[in-house]
Write a protein that binds this ligand. Sequence first.
Ligand code: CP
Length: 310
Amino acid sequence: MSWNQKHLLDIESLSAEEITAVLDTAREFKTVGERAIKKVPALQGKTIVNFFVEPSTRTRVSFELSAKRLSADIINFAADASSFQKGESLKDTARNLEALNADVIIIRHKAPGAPHFLARFLDAHVINAGDGAHEHPTQALLDTFTIREKKSRVKGLNVTILGDILYSRVARSNIWALRKLGANVTLCGPSTLVPRVFEEMGCRVTYNLDEALAEADVINLLRIQHERQRKTMFPSIGEYTRHFGLTQARLALTKPDAIIMHPGPINRGVEIESDLADGNRAVILEQVTNGIAVRMAALYLVNGGLGDSL
Ligand code: CP
């Protein structure tokens, strides 16, 4: 077992061994979710704060369930009903949460680097639940976990990430994780949203969707991140769907065992035909389920767990 981090701030700073440690630990924790009593005492007595300053469905609920399955106490901090609204700073808010004896602060914030900022002055462990367009490490870990579970390996697989790469924290974290574990990553989408600078991260960039899909073992779809785009990046949603939407006809040209992933939320009829999102090639809801085990592993490891009391 190889884990040497106090925090989980990003995938960029993790080694392949540390990523594998999370995936292996998550595999053990997944069995907890399949038991009649879905709880272990691993983090009994610990206090965890879900500090979400941006909306979330999957990540927030998943962290809450993960903490509860580890027997920790968790509270949800709703920024829009807090003294944040009275002008209290991020630093003061976090220090007050720590003063309430938080052992772990899980933060989602629109500012890239917000978790790294907190980690500079907090004694508590900090976990990044998404910082702007920078990283979403636990999403990449659960995506990688799902790929490994479905394909029995990650190394050597062809993974195509399709959509708004430029504004996607999920894309960045996935690229780091997949490249570190030896997968081949192809990026595809409108040229305004898939700049060639991503080639420097070891990815293939193409604007030809058929080419991007032909050899893919995994197709990871991303929604258009309208909330982060500062200008119009393509003519219209209809135009985007016509050129880059995943349809039944396009799926028919892929490997028959290629799986479809999506971090959610899905925009049905935009990046994916609605029936495909519910079809037998999609593993989208399995990703959500796996998120619990992966986040249990993340909470456990940052708290110093080493696999002997699962
Ligand atoms: N995938 C993801 O981060 O979803 P939420 O925004 O609902 O947490």
